[in-house]
Design a protein around this ligand. Structure first.
Ligand SMILES: Cc1ncc(COP(=O)(O)O)c(C=O)c1O
Length: 438
C-alpha cells in the first residue's frame, strides 16, 4: 500500500492483479541471467514466450479452459464441436443478443451507415447515432452528459488517465476490474488500495493520502457489482468518506447497468445515490448485447474528457451496427422491466439451488454467481467435468481472484428458462459429487 512511485506497492504488483489467464512465473532475481554478468547472454524479449509452458501443459492434460470456439449460439444454449452446452458463462444479462428487434436495428444501421466508422470520434467517426445514444444514456443514468467509447476497457482508461495525473491520488478497491487498475497506472497518479468494500480501511487510506499528498486531487473508483464476487459496492457508506476527504468517485456499472435499480440503470440508482456519484461508467458488452462503453457526468467533465481522453481520440469509434444495437437494447431495457424481474427470478433459482446442494457461493447477491472451489487444479477439473456434462462456465484463478479462492463463475440471463436452470443444477450436483466438492 502507498504511493506507487515510492511506496511498497509497485507497478509490477499492480500488474500482477490483472486477470492474466495462466501467468508465467517471474525470473529468479538471483539468477546469473537476471544479474547480467559479462558471460550472460543478451536478453531477448522473446525468452519469456519460449519459457511459457503452463498453457501448453494444461492443453496436454486436457484441462485448458480458454479460447474455446463456439460455433453457434441461441443465447442460452451454444454449440461447441457439435455438442449442445447450456450457457452459464455469458454477461448477456437481459438476454438481448438474439432479440429480433436488436438484430434488425443492427442490420438497418449497417445498411444506412456501412460496416464501420473508419476513424476516430474526434475526426470522421462521429455519427448522429453516437450523439443520440449519448443523450439517451445521460437521461437514463440521470447525468447531464455522456460520452461513448469503443470498449468498456477504453472507457475506464480514458476517464481515469485523463482526470488523474502525476500529482493526484487514485484510490481503488482491491477487487476493482483490471481496466481500472490499468487506467490508474496509465494516469501516473499515486495509487492506493483499500480492502474490498471495507469502509473503515478506506477511511484509513484517505487519511494516509491526506498526510502524504496534501495537495493531491483524489479519485475513488469502485465496481458497482464486482465481476468475480457478485457483490455490490457499499455506496451508502463509501460516499460519505469520499465527501469527507474532498475526493471524487467513479462507479463502474459494467455489470449493473440494465440489472440494478428500479429503472435498471445501475447500483447508483439502486441506492438512490445518482447525484452523489460524480462519474458513472458502463459497458455495452453485457446487458446491452454489443460492444462499447460510456462515461456519464456533468456537462463540463464530459466536455473535458471528449477533448482529452486519448483512448477516445486516438482510436476508431464504435461501429454503426453496435451503436444501433445498444440504442435498441436500451429502449427494450426501459420498456420491458419484466426482463429484469425474470433475470432476478433466475438468479434466485440458481443461487438457492446451488446453496441447497452445498456449494460455497461467497458473498454474491446479484446475477453473477461464483462457485468457490479453492485450489486452481481442482477448479480446472470441476470446470472440465461441468463442460463435458453440458454446462459452459468460466474458471477464474489467481491473480484475477485472491489466492486459494479459485472459482467457477456463472452468470444468468433473463432468457434462461426454469427448466434450463434445473438441468444445469442437476449437472452441478453430479459434477460436484464426482470431484468431491459436495
Ligand atoms: C467491471 C468491468 N469494467 C470494465 C470492463 C471492460 O468492459 P469491456 O469488456 O466492455 O471492454 C469489464 C469487462 O469485463 C468489467 O467487468
Amino acid at each position: 500500500m502507498g504511493p506507487n512511485r515510492t511506496g511498497s506497492e509497485s507497478h509490477a504488483e499492480f500488474r500482477a492483479a490483472n486477470p492474466a489467464c495462466i501467468g508465467s512465473p517471474a525470473p529468479d532475481p538471483s539468477s546469473a541471467e537476471a544479474a547480467g554478468g559479462p558471460s550472460a547472454p543478451r536478453p531477448d524479449l522473446f525468452d519469456k514466450c519460449r519459457g511459457f509452458t503452463r498453457a501448453k501443459e494444461a492443453q496436454a492434460a486436457g484441462l485448458y479452459p480458454y479460447f474455446i470456439p463456439i460455433s453457434g449460439s441461441e443465447g442460452t444454449e451454444v454449440r461447441i464441436e457439435g455438442e449442445r452446452k447450456i450457457m452459464l458463462g455469458s454477461n448477456n444479462y437481459l438476454g438481448l443478443t438474439h432479440d429480433p428487434r436488436v438484430l434488425d436495428a443492427a442490420e438497418g444501421a449497417a445498411r444506412t451507415y456501412g460496416s464501420g466508422c473508419t476513424g476516430s470520434r474526434f475526426l470522421n467517426g462521429t455519427l448522429d447515432l453516437h450523439e443520440k445514444l449519448e443523450r439517451e444514456l445521460a437521461e437514463y443514468v440521470g447525468k447531464e452528459a455522456a460520452l461513448v467509447f469503443s470498449t468498456g476497457f477504453q472507457t475506464n482508461l480514458g476517464i481515469i488517465a485523463t482526470l488523474a495525473g502525476r500529482d493526484d491520488a487514485v484510490i481503488l478497491d482491491k477487487l476493482d476490474h483490471a481496466c481500472i487498475i490499468d487506467g490508474a497506472i496509465l494516469s501516473q497518479a499515486n495509487v492506493y488500495r483499500f480492502n474490498h468494500n471495507d469502509v473503515a480501511h478506506l477511511e484509513n487510506v484517505m487519511q494516509r493520502v491526506e498526510r502524504e499528498l496534501p495537495r493531491a486531487g483524489k479519485l475513488v473508483v469502485v465496481d458497482g457489482i464486482f465481476s468475480m464476487e457478485g457483490d455490490i459496492a457499499d455506496l451508502p457508506r463509501i460516499i460519505p468518506v469520499v465527501r469527507k476527504y474532498g475526493a471524487r468517485i467513479l462507479v463502474d456499472e459494467a455489470h449493473s447497468v440494465g440489472v440494478m435499480g428500479p429503472g435498471g440503470s445501475g447500483v447508483h440508482e439502486h441506492f438512490g445515490l445518482s447525484d452523489d456519484c460524480d462519474l458513472l461508467m458502463g459497458t455495452f458488452s453485457k446487458s446491452f448485447a454489443s460492444i462499447g462503453g460510456f462515461a456519464a457526468s456533468t456537462e463540463n467533465t464530459i466536455h473535458y474528457l471528449k477533448h482529452h481522453a486519448r483512448s477516445l481520440i486516438f482510436s476508431a469509434s464504435m461501429p454503426p451496427y453496435a451503436v444501433a444495437t445498444v440504442r435498441e437494447a436500451l429502449r427494450i431495457a426501459r420498456a420491458e422491466p419484466e426482463r429484469r424481474d425474470r433475470l432476478w427470478a433466475n438468479q434466485r433459482r440458481l443461487k438457492d439451488g446451488l446453496e441447497a446442494l452445498g456449494f460455497n457461493l461467497g458473498t454474491t447477491t446479484t446475477p453473477v454467481v461464483p462457485v468457490i472451489v479453492g485450489e486452481t487444479q481442482k477448479t480446472f477439473v470441476f470446470w472440465k467435468t461441468l463442460f463435458e456434462m453440458g454446462v459452459f462456465t468460466n474458471p477464474v484463478i489467481p491473480p484475477a481472484v485472491p489466492e486459494h479462492t479459485s472459482r467457477i463463475r456463472t452468470s444468468l440471463m433473463a432468457t434462461h428458462t426454469g427448466e434450463l436452470i434445473d438441468e444445469a443444477l442437476e449437472i452441478f450436483q453430479r459434477a460436484g459429487k464426482k470431484v468431491g466438492l459436495i
